[in-house]
Ligand binder design. Structure first.
Ligand SMILES: C[S@@+](CC[C@H](N)C(=O)[O-])C[C@H]1O[C@@H](n2cnc3c(N)ncnc32)[C@H](O)[C@@H]1O
Length: 237
C-alpha cells in the first residue's frame, strides 16, 4: 500500500476502526489532551471559534474537540467516505460539518474562511506531500491561530524503538487480523511510523513551513515517547 491508497484502505476497515482503537489504552484520552493543548477559548459565543479537524476519520478526534469546545464551529475533513459516514453518525445533530476531501489542500475541497485551530491526529504521516500540506494548513489559520499535530514521531532511543517494534508487530498487526480480517492497512501504518520524521525532524519541518513557536508535548502510558502533540503557532507571515 502506498500513501495514495490509504484512504481507500480506511474505507475497508471503517466499520471495525472504533473497536480496534478501543483496545489501545489511552487513545481517547490522548486525543482529548491534544484538543486541550490547542488552548482555544472554551466559552465564547456560539460559533465564534472555528476549528478544523483534518483527517477526522470516524470522528473520535472530532468528538474530543467537541467535548473541549462545546460552542465552537467544528468542521471535519477526511478522504474516506466510509470513515466519514461513521463520524457523521457519531456527531449527528451537534452542528459539526463533515467534508469529503484531500487534507493536502483543504481549500481545494471547499473549506473556506479562517480557523482559530486545526487538529490533525494521525494524519500528516499519511500525506504524500507533507510540506505542501503544512503550508496550506498554516494559510488556513487566523493570525493568532495554532495547529496541533497529534502524531507518532520515533526518537533515536533504542528502548522507544524496541517498544514500537514489539507493540506494532506483536499486538497491532495481529489484532487487525482478528478484528478486521485483513492486515494490509495496519502493516502500512506500522511501517509508516518507521518511515516518518523523528521529533526533531518534524519540528524543523514545521518551522520550514513558516510556523512560529513550536512546542512538543508528551503523552501518557505506553505511547509516552512515541506519540506527541506538536503545537505550532501560525507565526508572522
Ligand atoms: C488513523 S485515522 C485517524 C482518524 C482520527 N483523526 C482519529 O484520531 O481517530 C487517519 C485518517 O486519515 C485519513 N486520510 C488519509 N489520507 C488522507 C488524505 N490525503 N486526505 C484526507 N484524509 C486522509 C484516513 O481516511 C483516516 O480516516
Amino acid at each position: 500500500m502506498n500513501k495514495t491508497e490509504v484512504a481507500a484502505g480506511f474505507d475497508g476497515v471503517a466499520e471495525h476502526y472504533d473497536r480496534l482503537v478501543s483496545m489501545n489504552p489511552g487513545y481517547l484520552k490522548h486525543l482529548s489532551l491534544s484538543a486541550q493543548r490547542l488552548a482555544l477559548p472554551t466559552t465564547p459565543a456560539d460559533g465564534s471559534v472555528r476549528i478544523l479537524d483534518l483527517c477526522c476519520g470516524t470522528g473520535l478526534s472530532t468528538a474530543a474537540l467537541r467535548r473541549v469546545y462545546p460552542n465552537a464551529e467544528i468542521v471535519g475533513l477526511d478522504a474516506s467516505a466510509e470513515m466519514l459516514r461513521v463520524a457523521a453518525g457519531r456527531l449527528a445533530g451537534d452542528g459539526t460539518t463533515f467534508v469529503a476531501g484531500d487534507a493536502t489542500d483543504p481549500r481545494a475541497s471547499g473549506i473556506t474562511g479562517e480557523f482559530h485551530g486545526v487538529l490533525m491526529a494521525y494524519g500528516i504521516r499519511n500525506i504524500p506531500q507533507p510540506d505542501l500540506c503544512l503550508s496550506h494548513i498554516r494559510a488556513l489559520l487566523a493570525p493568532s491561530g495554532r495547529a496541533c499535530f497529534h502524531e507518532y514521531a520515533l526518537p533515536d532511543s533504542r528502548w522507544q524503538r524496541a517498544k514500537w517494534a514489539a507493540v506494532s508487530s506483536a499486538i497491532i498487526v495481529p489484532l487487525s487480523k482478528v478484528v478486521a480480517g485483513d492486515t494490509t492497512l495496519f502493516r502500512y501504518l506500522r511501517d509508516s511510523v518507521w518511515d516518518f520524521d523523528g521529533p526533531g525532524e518534524f519540528q524543523s519541518r514545521l518551522k520550514r513551513a513558516g510556523f512560529g513557536e513550536v512546542q512538543m508535548l508528551a503523552m501518557t502510558g505506553w505511547q509516552r515517547g512515541l506519540v506527541h502533540s506538536f503545537v505550532a503557532q501560525r507565526g508572522a507571515s
